[in-house]
Design a protein around this ligand. Sequence first.
Ligand SMILES: Cc1ncc(COP(=O)(O)O)c(C=O)c1O
Length: 405
Amino acid sequence: MTTATSPAPAAAGADTKALEQQLYMRTFARQPITLVRGAGVRVWDDEGKEYLDFLAGIAVNVLGHCPPVLVKTVQEQVATLIHTTNLYYTTPQMDLAQLLVQHSVLDRVFYANSGAEANEAAIKLARKWGKRHKNGAYEIITTWNSFHGRTLATVAATGNRHYQEPFDPMPAGFKHVAFNDLEAMREAVTDQTVAILLEPVQGESGVHAATKDYLQGVRKLCDERNVLFMLDEVQSGMGRTGTLWAYEQYGVEPYVMTLAKGLAGGLPIGACLAKEHAAVFEPGDHGSTFAGNPLVCAAGYAVLKEILDKDLAGNAERMGQRIVAGLEELQKESDSGITEIRSAGLWVGIEFGTEKATDILNRCRENGLLVNKTSNTAIRLAPPLILTEADVDQFLDIFGRAVSA
Ligand SMILES: Cc1ncc(COP(=O)(O)O)c(C=O)c1O
């Protein structure tokens, strides 16, 4: 509604950055570029400058930008049926559910719109399971430096006070212990514990992988104490780590797994998958207007099928190795400042001994490369899974110059 004190309407062609200052509730520390177009591993800004995108919407554009298979699927679906309501059956929902179940160890799927909502569903599922199977146990244990989302429950699950503090008091029922510390986890479990929620590889903290012993130990602990073992694969799933799901590399099976990010290659979708015995939702328990609509599910099916058909998880592993080998060469140079290279498939955290991440990120961007920092000392890479050797070599060239400058 326009009133005498309302800001003037946005003029056509007005400067996007100025409008953002004026109109938007600023929660993001944005980079000073406006992106207008993308194709494959590259994006372009409003001045026509080209960038190699090694962030891919933070592990979302797994097939790259505007991949033909996704564009075609979405165009067809958008002209056929965009949205109904979950009060009716729709085919794409079950096509995607079937593919997810066939290619995982989980039995049932519930759709959401984001990673936070997928985890919110997992939290509600665990609490209901606790009422039914564990005398009302409701407490969920997660780890410090984890990231599970920004809704009130998922921010309470997230082990980082920085994200919680402005919104205290946090909802009750979450406990945090150190990551990769099995003894701490063992000590934290009580009769009130209903679930343990873990990322197999912590992404937001800068790509820190769980050890095999740890994940296997936690799964065993869950079995001993009748606790649900839940994995947040929102960022690690969809081939990112070199296998379709990260858990495959650990020899453990989750009872509940959450997905989002790359699942529909850029369309908003999330999913909470569960083994049959943990799938306790019944009609009326949970829901969402948009979740699992025909458009996003058709997109999700196209993306997952492409990852499977083209073995993009295998490509992620190979390209990840090439990146790491190049970075290790760079690390040997005395002025690189690189102190640690952490990786899981096509997902890399590069640690520097000093607070130079912002400078490096800016130099990369100025030279046509998009990366991201997870702290003042760490750079994260999460490029599309379709990367070629030539893309990797171009990355190494620009990144090497940015680091040595
Ligand atoms: C592991 C993990 N879980 C959950 C989320 C939240 O996902 P969304 O931003 O889609 O709500 C993220 C986002 O970065 C994530 O990395």
